[in-house]
Design a protein around this ligand. Structure first.
Ligand SMILES: [Fe+2]
Length: 387
């Protein structure tokens, strides 16, 4: 069976990427909806975009209603503004949330309905041009055909999928990530690591995406710690931005697996930021998944230098997992308890979380077969344990 490999139409990476994207952006339409967050920093980033559009003579409206991870209500508000202002293309700037929100707004602006209507099917409708400009290094949303939107009625983080959600242009300037606080650097960097590891060990892994996954894993092990301890280190920031993009390309074409499947319900019910809930889960989930894919995890262990040819695949896999644990410890990832989650409340939600995780389809991409009861056990095992 042939395997599809799918990326944005164009990617501009590096210093002055936005400036160098002017000619392309100029072809996209007459009026842009700029989708961003509500913080002062988001406003500063949006200003960089508005300056470019003003220089081009392209009209715009700023929609800064993405406060936190996107919900169906935020999307509806964005669509209203898009229509009222008669926009004809979109620019998302910020972390994964504004980028994901832009994608959801685009499909509703083009085809109408509610965002929940697009759940559970491949969405391949034509949408207005979308420019994705990340200011964190992790989600990879700039290069994926996915968006995650919380349904406020069911408290489920909906994973929506299809070519409609792939940005037309990704503009990645690593300098935008320099002001990220330490906890965001870790959460997003670990999100990127999770994307790359899951892509490489997924049932849907394929040779083209393997290259991007391995490269991302190596960069993250080489540079996340420096980006965490010294956020002004431009080389570390550049390498992490590149790694996040590579990891996004990898999982876009190979899918994520158990960690992401189990992470979304924690985020939906306990409002833990996405990268952080992944990080809380990664050790326990991969410990479960190793058995089905020693060869793949072992190769990652060798690629980062934690293991060598003398090690068996099983030994190299275990060394890789140890390297992940060490990285989590170095980057001071909190436990669920340290994050302030109530134990009773968490245990009361485990059945729903396990069910929602299975329904999302991601856990079944894990090579080792997985059933709901095993997810229940993994959720329980998180308590009082470091990630
Ligand atoms: Fe993710």
């Amino acid at each position: 069976m042939g395997q599809k490999f799918f990326i944005p139409d164009q990617i501009i990476f590096g210093k002055d990427a936005l400036e160098d994207s002017k000619d392309i952006i100029n072809t996209f339409g007459h009026k842009a909806l700029i989708v961003t967050g509500s913080s002062r920093t988001s406003g500063e980033y949006a200003k960089q975009v508005t300056e470019v559009l003003e220089a081009l003579g392209v009209a715009y409206t700023v929609f800064n209603g993405i406060s936190g991870e996107p919900t169906d209500r935020m999307i509806t508000d964005g669509v209203t503004v898009y229509r009222q202002e008669q926009c004809d293309f979109l620019i998302g700037i910020g972390g994964g949330s504004p980028l994901d929100a832009m994608k959801a707004i685009a499909i509703l602006a083009a085809k109408g309905g509610e965002i929940a209507d697009y759940l559970g099917k491949e969405v391949n409708e034509s949408v207005p041009p979308m420019v994705a400009i990340p200011t964190t290094a992790g989600t990879g949303s700039e290069a994926t055909q996915f968006t995650i939107v919380t349904d406020t009625k069911t408290q489920v983080k909906m994973l929506l999928k299809g070519s409609s959600f792939m940005p037309t242009l990704a503009v990645v300037d690593p300098r935008y990530t320099i002001s990220m606080p330490q906890e965001t650097t870790v959460a997003t960097g670990m999100d990127a690591l999770t994307h790359a590891v899951e892509a490489y060990t997924s049932r849907k892994a394929q040779p083209l995406s393997d290259n991007f996954a391995i490269s991302a894993v190596k960069r993250i092990f080489a540079y996340l710690s420096t980006a965490f301890h010294d956020g002004r280190n431009t080389e570390a920031r550049e390498q992490m931005a590149l790694a996040a993009l590579e990891a996004g390309i990898a999982f876009n074409n190979s899918s994520v697996t158990l960690v992401h499947g189990m992470s979304r319900p924690i985020g939906a019910l306990f409002h833990v930021p996405h990268g952080l809930s992944n990080t809380m889960l990664i050790k326990e989930c991969l410990n479960f998944a190793l058995e089905g894919a020693y060869e793949r995890f072992g190769e990652l262990g060798r690629q980062i230098g934690a293991a060598d040819k003398k090690d068996s695949d099983k030994e190299a896999s275990e060394k890789f997992l140890q390297a992940i644990s060490d990285l989590c410890r170095e980057c001071q990832v909190p436990t669920l308890e340290e994050y302030g989650i109530d134990r009773e409340e968490f245990f009361g939600a485990i059945e729903k979380m396990a069910e929602d995780a299975i329904k999302s389809g991601s856990p079944s991409n894990t090579k080792k077969p997985v059933v709901k009861d095993e997810l229940v056990q993994i959720y329980k095992s998180l308590w009082n344990k470091g990630a």
